[in-house]
Design a protein around this ligand. Structure first.
Ligand code: ATP
Ligand code: FE
Length: 355
């Protein structure tokens, strides 16, 4: 099966062609057009600007993805598109574009949950069978899920406030660093002392695998203000130390909560327990390494997608579309864009198509 995938739920316009055959999955092309410069003057993603940019770039991305794959629409078996959750204008642009392509070519249309795209990525890049435990950690989400099937996820716990990706972005903003914050803060942190500042690791004293990251942001703001008051500015090395200490707090929280989620998961006696991480923050090397350590300590296999497949891309959407299509699912021209769409309610009946 070969699918074209479209992604436009946040600030990346993406198109990709993925093939799943007897010997596994293959990414034939994956085009990602970012919008960082467009949003830079505003210090965050502006939904109207994002929607317009998606509408303008989608066709070009599709054309490029097809050309790169060496295939034409008639060579494909279906079209998958992110139908939510995300910024509604962008999701609508993608859904409209996919509907047009499906109508024009007669190919099946498959709406995909963006979070399912992230959560299934470890199956695209590794030989991973259901069920597996997953930490989905991204710009807007942070949750432990058991993946039972392409559309069946049960949630063990997650953040009760901010997502770590959002915390990385806010940290960058507070320290005068560019967006997206994750990669920049990681690079600064590599040259800083993670023990320089004692930032909180909230909820570690409480049982379960819920997490909180909003207090960390406040602590960072206070620490920064104290440094600025003392030095009259933010010395380069102190900024690195702040980044390293912040990253260590996120890393430790995710690692400890993963330990607990794994214990809960292992109590269910899965046959070949495996732990996977995905989402933008999974691109962080310190965090990946900590999760890998926890997994090996608990005797569980660990997998994480390559960095470029952690952040938003359309290969994960094409792949999730194939996974959903194989269950017999298909959407009609009444497929709707959904701003909110929790992953543990991914039943096809909730998609709006009723199929
Ligand atoms: P969601 O998937 O929850 O709807 P999103 O699609 O905006 O949100 P992703 O593209 O999955 O999020 O991830 C982007 C987030 O990942 C950003 O907040 C970014 O700062 C963060 N991120 C990217 N690379 C890294 C990194 N190396 N370290 C930490 N965070 C990172
Ligand atoms: Fe995402």
């Amino acid at each position: 099966l070969t699918f074209l995938g479209l992604e436009s739920s946040c600030d990346d316009t993406a198109a990709a062609v993925v093939r799943v055959g007897p010997d596994g999955a293959q990414i034939l092309s994956s085009v990602v057009a970012g919008q960082t410069e467009l949003h830079a003057p505003f210090g965050g993603v502006v939904p109207e600007i994002a929607a317009r940019a998606h509408a303008e770039k989608l066709d070009l991305c599709v054309e490029e993805a097809l050309t790169e794959s060496g295939l034409a629409l008639r060579d494909l078996d279906g079209i998958a598109v992110t139908a939510g959750p995300g910024l509604i204008g962008g999701v609508m642009s993608g859904v409209m574009c996919a509907k047009g392509l499906a109508a024009g070519s007669g190919l099946p249309l498959i709406g995909v949950n963006h979070l399912a795209g992230h959560a299934l990525t470890p199956r695209l890049t590794d030989d991973l069978a259901f069920p597996y435990l997953m930490l989905l950690v991204s710009g807007g989400h942070c949750q432990f899920l058991i993946a039972h099937g392409p559309e069946e996820f049960s949630r063990l716990g997650g953040t009760i406030d901010d997502a770590p990706g959002e915390a990385f972005d806010k940290t960058a903003k507070l320290l005068g660093l560019p967006q997206p914050g994750g990669p920049v803060v990681e690079a600064e942190a590599a040259q800083g002392d993670p023990k320089a500042f004692a930032f909180p690791r909230p909820l570690l004293d409480r049982p379960g695998c819920d997490m909180s990251f909003s207090g960390l942001k406040t602590a960072l703001l206070r620490a920064r203000d104290a440094v600025v008051a003392e030095h009259g500015g933010l010395p380069r090395q102190v900024r690195r130390d702040l980044c390293a200490s912040f990253q260590a707090a996120v890393r430790d929280t995710l690692a400890e909560k993963s330990r607990r989620a794994l214990a809960q998961y292992l109590a269910l006696n899965p046959a070949q327990p495996c732990f996977a991480v995905a989402g933008g923050v999974a691109a962080n090397k310190a965090i990946r390494a900590a999760l890998e350590t926890v997994s090996s300590e608990m005797g569980v296999a660990f997998t994480a997608p390559p960095l470029r497949l952690c952040t938003d891309n359309a290969a994960m959407i094409a792949f999730a579309g194939i996974e959903r299509f194989r269950t017999g699912a298909q959407d009609g021209m009444d497929l709707t864009a959904r701003p909110r769409w929790p992953l543990d309610q991914s039943a096809p009946a909730l998609l709006g198509s009723g199929k």
